[in-house]
Design a protein around this ligand. Structure first.
Ligand code: GLN
Length: 490
């Protein structure tokens, strides 16, 4: 039994037929984490005692005849999502010792169906980044090549799923942070529509685009997790009352006649050759299944990264204001350096100066500037107008096609350290990802091939709340291909 390679569906069948217990399974993954995580560095914390307790509870429920897709299934959680009584750091020195006072809604939901939390995964500090190199603690490694980044910001979650350290993981996606690491690590990563999954208990980055979603070994598993974590929540008023459907119900419907839009300009410049070839062969897989391929264009997409990098810093500069060492976060009082402070301003400067890493500081300064009097119209207001234009362009395209297909990233995972001193280059990583985020659309990255031995994904984007269609199209692709079944040698 290769438990590390198995999907939720396969493992759940083993649990239900009593071929394995949740405790055995949990021990298996804890041992695997112990063995492999010293080289992969995916986890910030591992909760051995609590995980075993939860597994035992799940075993009792199973022995009492209860069944459930996630009952007894071990998972990992990105460390910007709160779990009551446990450390949640957002990979920041600022919150190194922060104990969450309540459960995020997604955690509450997963607890109630009996999923077993193994630990919390690494990320770029406060989810700012595309490589996990911005973590205040360590850089996670890509299991396909330990010298390369796993992507980010949900790099810990993606690397862990790819390496089989858990059955599934949750990440968060504000401008690509589930999809890009999924692509770099060869797993399936789903960013739901904005408002589909509650943000309550997710540390806010960009409140207008943040969304939690699953990283899994198959699209089917993504559907299983989404069904459980979705829904309206009184604690997050941006969640939608739009009905949560059974995403598994029509997942295998054939896609004959489905109209797939391919953004021609995305396949031209700046794409790694191997990635382009892979996307073109994915297109022929869809053609073979009877889908109609239609050329479409998203001319304003080139402005999505600039607009995103105004809107994101603006919102996060305000969201992070509470981390001043007085209300929350790293404080001089806890870490006396033997220096006295003269006044309140100095306390703020010292606490925030020591607590935040370079990228968070850069974004706080950018955002504060963009929102400041006299500049607001030129930057923030303009960026919001671009966001609206991008939304309208998607709307127009979706009047002609059912889904849109693009590469997830222009290339495969890059070498650790190779881009960290070039923030603009790092921001351009998000070129195919920020558009759907600004428009609030659901999008998924699924494995589509290898270029120079590294995996890459293709992105499928659907209209708002059309997760069922998105999963249906992606499922059909995985039925025809086996890229998602490839695993790294560790
Ligand atoms: N790379 C993007 C950024 O750095 C994505 C972040 C995210 O989705 N959390 O902002």
């Amino acid at each position: 039994m290769n438990l590390e390679k198995m999907t939720i569906k396969e493992i759940s069948a083993l649990l239900q037929s009593k071929k394995i217990t949740s405790l055995e399974l949990t021990n298996f993954f804890l041992t695997r984490i112990n063995k492999l995580d010293s080289k992969l560095l995916t986890c910030i914390s591992v909760f051995e005692v609590e995980a075993r307790q939860e597994a035992q509870k799940a075993d009792i429920r199973i022995s009492q005849g209860e069944s459930g897709d996630l009952l007894g299934i071990p998972y990992l959680l990105k460390d910007n999502i709160l779990v009551q009584g446990l450390k949640t750091t957002s990979a920041s020195k600022m919150l190194e010792n922060y104990i969450a006072p309540y459960d995020a809604t997604v955690v509450k939901k997963l607890k109630s169906v009996g999923a077993v939390l193994l630990g919390k995964t690494n990320l770029d500090e406060f989810a700012h980044g595309a490589s996990t190199e911005n973590s205040a603690f360590f850089t996670t490694k890509n299991p396909w090549d330990l010298e390369r980044v796993p992507g980010g910001s949900s790099g810990g979650s993606a690397s862990a799923v790819s390496a089989g350290l858990c059955v599934f993981a949750l990440g968060s996606d504000t401008g690509g942070s589930i999809r890009q690491p999924a692509s770099f690590c060869g797993v399936s990563g789903l960013k739901p529509s904005y408002g589909r999954v509650s943000r309550y208990g997710l540390m806010a980055m960009t409140s207008s685009t943040d969304v939690i979603g699953p990283l899994t070994k198959s699209v089917e598993d993504g559907a299983t997790v989404l069904k459980i974590i979705s829904g309206q929540d009184e604690f997050d008023l941006t969640t939608s009352s739009f009905e949560v459907c059974d995403y598994l119900k029509n997942i295998d419907k054939n896609i004959k006649g489905l109209k797939i839009g391919v953004v021609q300009e995305f396949l031209k410049e700046g794409l790694e050759d191997g990635v382009r070839d892979g996307i073109l062969s994915a297109i022929s897989v869809f053609k073979k299944m009877g889908a109609k391929i239609i050329d479409v264009s998203l001319p304003s997409n080139k402005y999505s990264v600039p607009a995103y990098y105004i809107i994101t810093p603006s919102e996060l500069s305000s969201n992070l204001a509470r981390l001043d060492g007085i209300r929350y976060g790293h404080s001089l009082k806890l870490n006396p350096k033997g220096k006295s402070v003269e006044n309140l301003n100095e306390i703020y400067l010292k606490n925030r100066g020591e607590g935040f890493g370079a990228e968070a500081k850069r974004r706080i300064m950018l955002g504060t500037f963009a929102l400041s009097s006299g500049y607001y119209d030129a930057y923030y207001k303009k960026a919001m107008a671009v966001k609206e234009k991008i939304k309208q362009e998607f709307k127009k395209v979706f009047s002609k096609v059912d889904v849109i297909l693009t590469p997830t990233s222009p290339h495969t995972a890059f070498k650790i350290g190779s881009q960290i001193n070039d923030p603009l280059k790092m921001y351009l990583e998000d070129i195919f990802l920020t558009g759907p985020s600004l428009a609030g659309l659901p999008a998924i990255s699924i494995p589509a091939g290898f270029s120079k031995k590294m995996p890459f994904g293709l992105q499928i984007i659907a209209n708002k709340f059309k997760e069922d269609l998105l999963l249906n199209v992606s499922y059909n692709f995985q039925k025809e291909t086996d890229w998602h079944k490839k695993t790294p040698n560790l």
